[in-house]
Structures are given as C-alpha cells and as structure tokens.
Design a protein around this ligand. Structure first.
Ligand code: AVJ
Length: 342
C-alpha cells in the first residue's frame, strides 16, 4: 500500500529483452478522472488538472509545442545539458539514473551517454504515468544501450515515489520544468517526499524555467500558430471521449497570462457564450456564463534564491546552478543535506 491507499502491482513485465522490465502502480485511471473532473467542473471557479492534457493527441501536440520558435524551454534545457552532462556525470558518478516524468526521454539520452562514458551507470529507471510512452522509450533506449538495465516504473510522481529502486548511487532527473505544474504547497510536499527517499550520495537534477520578460513568457504559451490553443482545447475533446461530454471546443477561447504575484503562467479556457454542457458519465450538466474562465494549468517560473530556499526547507542543498547563455532556464543539482554534521 502507498500513502493514498492505492495498491501497487509488484510483478514487472519483461519487454523485448530481459534487460527491460516495467513495474506499475495500480492506479484506477477512470475513478481518478471522474473524481477530479467532478470536483473541478462543480467548483468555483471551475478548474481542470493539466494531467489530462496528455492523451495521444495531447502528447503529439505537446511535442509540436517543444519545437515552436516561441517555446524556448526545450532548446534552453538541451543547451545546458549539452554543456554540462559530462560534469554532471563526474560530480554524481551515478549508478542509477532515475527520470521522473520521463516522457520520451529525449534529453535523457545526453545524460545516459555521459554517465555511460564515465563508466558508473548500470541502471536506468524511467518513471511516468503513461505506460505506452514508457514502453516505446524503454525499448529504443534498450537498443542504444544494450548493457544497460532498464527498469521502467508506471506511476504518479506526486504519489508513488515509494516505487523507486533504493540501491546504488542515484541521480534523480526531473526535467522540462514539469515541477512548474505544481502549486507551492504541492511543490513543498513533493520536495520533502523526494528528499525522504534520498540517501547520501544521491542527487537531484531539476529543470526550472526562470522569471523573465512577460511578453516572452506569454508568447511561449500563446504561440502564433495556435498549437498551444489546440493543446489547451484538447482537454475538452478528452472529456467528450472519456466522459461522454458534449463540449464544443470552438466555444472556448485560449487564454495565457502571467500572474505577477504568484509568478506563474495560467492557461485558461474562456467560455465565449452562455452554454450548458452535459457530462453524462458524471451525471451532471455544467453551466458556463459568457466570459467565464476555467483554469487548466499553472506553469510556475522560478528565481534562484526562492528555489534554493524551497529546496532547503526540504533539506536539499543546491550544489550547482547552471543556466543557458541567455539566462532563460536553469538546471540545478541538489544533494541531501547532512542533518547532523560530524
Ligand atoms: C510540460 C508542464 C513543462 O508548463 O511549459 C506547454 C506544459 N503547457 N505549453 C509547461 C505546457 C503549455 C509544460 N510542462
């Protein structure tokens, strides 16, 4: 049993070769969606969780976002990894690379390469909610690194960190500024859960987008080709398919704006008319006033001082801070703080 009472299926599945295994937390996807959507659609203001963005179409749209000229995050993070992977390998001498929210693990290849070259690496643990994504990335990485043991874990990084393997010196990578989706409260919980899992010798490599010119921030979430708009509205198509809802996505405008107080981007769907939406599988009808806003995502932007303070509260000490040339994005390397020196 894990903290929330959901069970964990211990049996792994061998995929392709015997070097690749998959272990999964037993999560009731349908139940979770129903609880989450019911709460979000009946609260004031209405709200949906960004975790429902990533069905097959949503994942493809996100992939397209990472290649947009306005969406600088991915290229900046890659720039830092290209420059620093060897140094990260040298500093951590990690035996196990764990990647949280692994996705397609594209940038992980740089880390794997560096850790393989420095000779310390034996295992790669991609951790993600989406099993299909994990399967394909585990298989292609298995082909690239035939001697590497790949032990994929299907789970939610806010709830199933207990599933991470404990043995060896571990580098836990959490890239892409995915941490930005959590509000400060959830972030604090996540950092302290993670720190509680870490031992001396382990390290956390964290990717964070930084506070910058508001126009550049907003443009990254409201691109000129409208890909992000489609990505945002895709959540409505997802609810139509999964819950039998009858959202008309064209009746919702895509809004992205920076909240200077919280220093986060909010993505919102704004109703363009008075509409009544049926959600049969929740047994509800939802009324949207003209102009009514429903938040679908926050994407927090960070500053070095406050992030170091947040990590410090979780007993994680930042030992390296790297940014790209423009200072748009940061990778930080943290280690568990010794609680009792000497
Ligand atoms: C995957 C959460 C890092 O917040 O930048 C991209 C998601 N949303 N465009 C981000 C996203 C709209 C992305 N993260």
């Amino acid at each position: 049993m894990v903290a929330d009472g959901s069970r964990i299926l211990i049996t792994g599945t061998a995929v392709g070769s015997r070097r690749v295994t998959i272990q999964r937390a037993e999560v009731d996807f349908r139940h979770e969606l129903e609880v989450d959507a019911l709460r979000g659609l009946t609260s004031t203001p209405k709200e949906l969780s960004p975790k429902w963005f990533y069905d097959q179409r949503g994942a493809a749209l996100f992939d397209a976002i990472t290649r947009l000229p306005e969406y600088y995050l991915t290229t900046r993070e890659r720039e830092i990894l290209v420059q620093r992977s060897a140094e990260i390998a040298q500093l951590t001498r990690a035996e196990t690379l764990i990647e949280l929210g692994a996705g397609t693990s594209e940038k992980t290849r740089l880390l794997l390469q560096a850790l393989t070259r420095s000779g310390s690496l034996c295992c790669f643990v991609p951790f993600d909610v989406d099993e299909a994504t994990l399967q394909s990335s585990a298989e292609s990485l298995g082909d690239l690194h035939p001697r590497l043991r790949i032990a994929a874990v299907v789970g939610d990084f806010e709830r199933h960190l207990e599933l991470l393997p404990r043995d060896g010196r571990r580098l836990i990578a959490f890239l892409g500024s995915t941490i930005g989706n959590l509000n400060p409260n959830a972030r604090a919980k996540f950092f302290s859960n993670l720190a509680a899992q870490m031992s001396a010798g382990d390290a956390l490599l964290l990717g964070t987008d930084l506070v910058k010119d508001v126009n550049r921030l907003v443009a990254a979430y409201d691109d000129s080709q409208g890909v992000t708009r489609e990505f945002n509205r895709n959540i409505l198509l997802f609810l139509n398919r999964e819950l039998g809802a009858d959202f008309d996505p064209s009746q919702f405008a895509h809004v992205a704006r920076f909240d200077p107080q919280h220093e986060w981007i909010e993505m919102i769907l704004r109703s363009l008319s008075l509409q009544r939406v049926r959600v049969p599988m929740l047994g509800i009808e939802v009324l949207f006033r003209p102009g009514e806003e429903m938040r679908t995502e926050i994407s927090a932007k960070f500053r070095r001082d406050s992030l170091e303070a947040e990590l410090g509260k979780a007993n994680l000490q930042v030992i390296r801070w790297w940014t790209d040339r423009r200072g748009d994005y940061a990778l930080s390397l943290s280690i568990p703080q010794r609680l009792h020196p000497n």
